[in-house]
Design a protein around this ligand. Structure first.
Ligand code: GDP
Length: 537
């Protein structure tokens, strides 16, 4: 598909607005240093003044897990869902990919709204499971990824071993742009292999805006004075890398085949600025997006955007819901009239919200790459497209096969209708996935993070007046099933009734007790396609 149609009538200043935007997310396993890195990035942008601000929010977020905390979390996490800051003339939108106990489908879906990602790896632990899961999602759209290897101030894996670990476990080529000098107690700093500059590490000292010292000849004896015996180690490493490491290749990075790698220590603000500058230089500006009918380019004059996240009850007093829309093309302004294509209705966006690092504010104008929040009274669904005229439907906003399941049992059978209504609406908002077993009547809920169940139960009670309880079910994974051969599909359905369910949109899914069992069934039924993700329609 190519970007055709709509006259590319955006020029000059408006094109600049697009070119200077960077919209990205950070992927990492819990404790690798995402929050610390986020905080340092926001400090660079002047979006926050004080170290510890993001941390404090995170601490309150994980303090307790009762409903009040969830409610408060959602109040908190919405302002941190999108953190907008400026640096050196760039407008940066950092989208939060919640981890830990709030890990949910939102975590995955946020990655459908970014143009690139930064991956944080703990140098002590290497690649960890959640990094692997998030990487799979980046793969779906070949999202370009920059890697930050963190905690070099601790004794970790040898740098070459970390690169090998990433290449092997994440199937992506690594191209180091900086190289560490020692680690832990012997951590002396890093050498930029491209700029040929040396940066010295001073433990515990924040170093803003330090460009380092140029060493285009590593034989310079000053290097020995600065690094002592470690100067020779660096020389050997660099000589080795010249032969062994992959040279950085911009097109490979942009295609998601190669990741440029930086080494540093987020908590010491070491290597962060260097990575940020490289990020601004090489990370893609807002990219074209596929719609069902054609590719939509950000430079197009016509406005378009899609909803990738819905946040409910951000203000407990108002019970409002906010739909997060990623702008894909054209200019957005307050009071704009937009067409909600799925419903064939027009809406006037009177009070759009833009998300700042620590606040939210009314927005007057926004551009491709920006995220705006629009108030929603239960009519907006994840994946919905809005535009100013042309009927478009953006594609590629998936449901992800859940890893956790619960059966819902009503306390009062009289509330069956409300339960159904609530669950359907919550499923449309993407809060949880809903399955109706082919055999049996109780609904089964699916989630990729267990906190989704608590939130769903609390919302059923508060918003729909339904008291229900959960029962555990013996499922560990699910796949949507498809088959071109109608006869085989019927035979499959007949033989596997006890494991089949229909999701909220009427698609058939197979619920399996284990991965092993799923593989076994897959082998028995080679004509059946088992899908791990399903596009939202
Ligand atoms: P997140 O769970 O990925 O958001 O990780 P955090 O940013 O909360 O970091 C987890 C822990 O690692 C915290 O105790 C941080 O202070 C610590 N940490 C972060 N960066 C570094 C670093 O560069 N070196 C060391 N030694 N600890 C770090």
């Amino acid at each position: 598909m190519t970007a055709t149609s709509n006259a590319l009538s955006t020029h000059g200043a408006e094109l600049d607005e697009i070119q200077r935007r960077r919209t990205f997310g950070i992927i990492s396993h819990p404790d690798a240093g995402k929050t610390t890195l986020t905080e340092k990035l926001l400090l660079f942008g002047g979006a926050i003044q004080m170290a510890g601000a993001v941390k404090a929010r995170k601490a309150s977020r994980h303090a307790t897990s009762d409903w009040m905390a969830i409610e408060r979390d959602r109040g908190i996490s919405v302002t941190s869902s999108v953190m907008k800051f400026e640096y050196n003339g760039y407008e940066i939108n950092l989208l939060d990919t919640p981890g830990h106990q709030d890990f949910s489908e939102d975590t995955y879906r946020v990655l459908t709204a970014v143009d690139s990602a930064v991956m944080v790896i703990d140098s002590v632990k290497g690649v960890e499971p959640q990094t692997r899961k998030l990487m799979e999602v980046c793969r779906m759209r070949n999202t370009p990824i920059i890697t930050f290897i963190n905690k070099l101030d601790r004794e970790g894996m040898a740098p070459l071993d970390i690169l090998a670990d990433i290449e092997e476990n994440l199937q992506i080529e690594c191209a180091p742009l900086t190289w560490p000098i020692g680690m832990g107690k012997r951590f002396k700093g890093s050498y930029n292999l491209y700029r040929k500059t040396l940066k010295l590490f001073t433990p515990g000292q924040e170093r803003l805006g330090d460009d380092g010292e140029l060493f285009d000849d590593l034989d310079n004896p000053r290097l020995d004075r600065l690094l002592g015996s470690q100067a020779d180690e660096l020389r050997e490493d660099v000589a080795l890398l010249e032969g062994a490491a992959n040279p950085f290749d911009l097109p490979s990075y942009l295609k998601g085949n190669q990741t440029p790698v930086f080494f540093g220590s987020a908590v010491n603000n070491f290597g962060v600025g260097e990575m940020l500058e490289a990020f601004l230089e090489i990370a893609p500006a807002p990219q074209p997006r596929p719609a069902a009918s054609r590719m939509v380019a950000p430079e197009e004059a016509g406005f378009s955007g899609f909803v990738f996240k819905i946040q409910a009850n951000m203000d407990p007093a108002h019970r409002d819901r906010i739909a997060f829309m990623r702008i894909c093309s054209g200019r957005f302004y307050r009071g704009m009239r937009l067409r909600h294509h799925r419903l064939g209705k027009e809406i006037v966006v009177a009070n759009p919200i833009i998300f700042m690092a620590q606040d939210r504010a009314l927005v007057d104008e926004a551009w491709p790459g920006d995220i705006v929040g629009i108030h929603n009274h239960g009519t907006i669904k994840i994946g919905d497209t809005f535009s100013d005229k042309e009927p478009l439907q953006f594609v590629g906003i998936p449901n992800f096969a859940p890893d956790y399941f619960r059966r819902v049992l009503l306390k009062s059978p009289l509330k069956a209708k409300q339960l159904q209504k609530g669950l359907i609406q919550l499923a449309e908002e993407g809060a949880v996935q809903l399955f109706r077993p082919v055999l049996g009547s109780a609904f089964i809920l699916g989630a990729v993070g267990v906190l989704q169940f608590d939130v769903t139960m609390a919302r059923l009670r508060d918003e729909y007046g339904v008291e229900a309880v959960y029962e555990t079910v013996d499922y560990a994974t699910a796949r949507w099933v498809q088959c071109d051969d109608k006869q085989r599909l019927t035979a499959f359905e007949k033989a596997n009734q006890a494991n089949l369910a229909v999701d909220a949109e009427g698609n058939l899914a197979y619920l399996a007790a284990s991965e092993w069992w799923l593989n076994y069934v897959g082998e028995q039924w080679p004509e059946i396609i088992f899908l791990k993700t399903r596009e939202i329609q």
